[in-house]
Ligand binder design. Sequence first.
Ligand SMILES: Nc1ncnc2c1ncn2[C@@H]1O[C@H](COP(=O)(O)OP(=O)(O)OP(=O)(O)O)[C@@H](O)[C@H]1O
Ligand SMILES: [Mg+2]
Length: 209
Amino acid sequence: MIIGLLNQKGGVGKTTLSVNIAAALAQSGARILLIDADPQGSTLDWATARKREPVLSVVGFPRKTLHREIEQIGQGYDHIIIDGPPRVEELARAAIMASDIVVIPVQPSPYDIWASDEVIKLIDEARVYKPHLQATFVINRAIANTAIGRDVRDALAVYPIPTLKNTIAQRVIFAEAATQGLSVHEMDAAGPAAMETKAVLDEVMEIMR
Ligand SMILES: Nc1ncnc2c1ncn2[C@@H]1O[C@H](COP(=O)(O)OP(=O)(O)OP(=O)(O)O)[C@@H](O)[C@H]1O
Ligand SMILES: [Mg+2]
């Protein structure tokens, strides 16, 4: 399966969720390729910061031919995660076309909700060529028991794309883990961040079943 983390909006959690979902998949012993499709190279930075043995492979491929080359690049892997770029439309388009399912992180903020239009437009365009392309929002940096936390789900409901039931909360462990090139699971396997990441992954897998 190829999971693309996409959103034209910057700083919504594409890289954070990419590395942690990829690491959660690798946990089961599957062979995982994490593709950094962002010229910023944040996922490559994460891999570089790591001192421990890698649990998955990371490659940089910020090119608009990704969808045509992914079969070749992904040979020998069970699952592929693509960390998408913000803004650069032609790279985002290639990453969407390469994916089986696009997961769109959205923060509980009106700016993020308004900005969703752009990625939805790209998904609509991609579906002309790839009618079975799946897509879902996931709420990232949720803060429990806030009005904006509840509002974001309602606001996203107007789009023709579902929102995952499970959310990822605002937790400092995500940044702490990234500093060392680790996943939240490696930092605290039984902690809430690892649990939420796993629940999000399971829900994505369920959609694809
Ligand atoms: N659930 C979370 N809790 C706390 N901090 C988070 C969470 N998700 C992301 N962050 C932080 O928010 C910042 C942006 O996250 P990230 O780099 O993953 O977003 P991005 O969408 O990949 O950004 P870009 O568009 O620049 O590639 C980072 O500092 C990251 O540590
Ligand atoms: Mg990023």
